[in-house]
Write a protein that binds this ligand. Structure first.
Ligand code: NDP
Ligand code: A1CAB
Length: 256
């Protein structure tokens, strides 16, 4: 199977690198000369136009910004190829309008962590896909992401929590690292301590299970020091802020 990648930006390049071993060939098309050069330097084939890319693809990854989608898909004849869209807010209905109702489409939402093989990706299969095509998609993408089959109606919520999620996690890492600097560590040392603490906490929760609040209770000793910090988070409405952050993010996906 051959993969065509439309848009070699943050996500197109991350996915191309992550899944290339599963495809006999990966060919990239990007309007940016700089991105095309980058793809070439990384050993990918580069197409001079969409027609050439299509002629050399069985699966086509749509990885351009939402505003650029109409210019890419209008008049594009996908034929029997499978279109994999990662575009936030772009519904299957809208995709069918653009490429034709008889076409093969998989709507997905990955996150940037596919770069290190630890991504998550939601997916919804459209009509007309063969069992082989579905299995090939699942096999190739499960090598870089935990795959979640979800109802399409939950896609914007998934996008907020998981697609945008790394940005919110990085924000927390950044804030905790700055707090470490304030306490007297160098930024690099603080960041390393924070990353190891978060990795360990995630590992613990994933392998041992339980509710996060139960683990908070094990860390926060009665009349100890941790509860003083928890009090500040509670007073400032940390959980409410995070919920509103996800609500606003999810709502924006509906307006794209
Ligand atoms: N960034 C993320 O973490 C995630 C993004 N997504 C989705 O992935 C998509 C891509 O996002 P991202 O990778 O961040 O965006 P980028 O801007 O980094 O990448 C898009 C690339 O496509 C190029 N491009 C623009 N128009 C065309 C065209 N007509 N034909 C071919 N290439 C074109 C752009 O060139 P130029 O820069 O010159 O315009 C750019 O190189 C978006 O739809 C987004 O919703 C989904 C999950 C996570
Ligand atoms: O911010 C965005 O629009 C994209 C979609 C999910 C992550 N990044």
């Amino acid at each position: 199977m051959r993969l065509g990648v439309i848009g070699f930006g943050n996500m197109g390049s991350a996915i191309a690198r992550a899944v290339k071993k599963h495809f006999s060939d990966v060919i990239v098309y990007d309007v940016s000369q700089e991105k095309s050069m980058k793809a070439l330097e990384e050993g990918f084939g580069v197409a001079k136009d969409l027609k050439f890319m299509l002629a050399n693809s069985d699966f086509v990854l749509l990885a351009v910004k939402p505003k650029d989608v109409p210019s890419v898909l209008t008049d594009l004849d996908l034929g029997d190829r499978v279109l994999i869209s990662i575009v936030a807010g772009l519904t299957l209905d809208r995709l069918y309008q653009l490429v034709g109702h008889d076409k093969k489409i998989i709507r997905t939402m990955p996150n940037i962590n596919v770069l290190v093989g630890k991504g998550v990706m939601a997916y919804v299969f459209g009509e007309n896909l063969t069992e082989y095509e579905k299995e090939f998609f699942l096999k190739s993408f499960s090598s870089c992401a935990s795959l979640y089959p979800i109802e399409e109606g939950m896609m914007d919520s998934f996008t907020a929590i998981a697609g945008s999620g790394p940005a919110f996690v990085f924000k927390f890492i950044s804030a905790l690292s700055l707090a470490g600097v304030r306490e007297g560590f160098s930024y690099e040392l603080a960041k390393s301590i924070v990353i190891d603490t978060i990795l360990g906490s995630c590992e613990l929760l994933k392998s041992m299970g339980g509710h996060p609040e139960e683990w908070i209770a094990k860390v926060a000793s009665p009349a100890g020091i941790t509860i003083e910090g928890i009090k500040v988070l509670e007073e400032r409405g940390f959980s409410g802020i995070v919920m509103e952050c996800i609500e606003k993010t999810s709502q924006k996906a509906k307006r794209l």
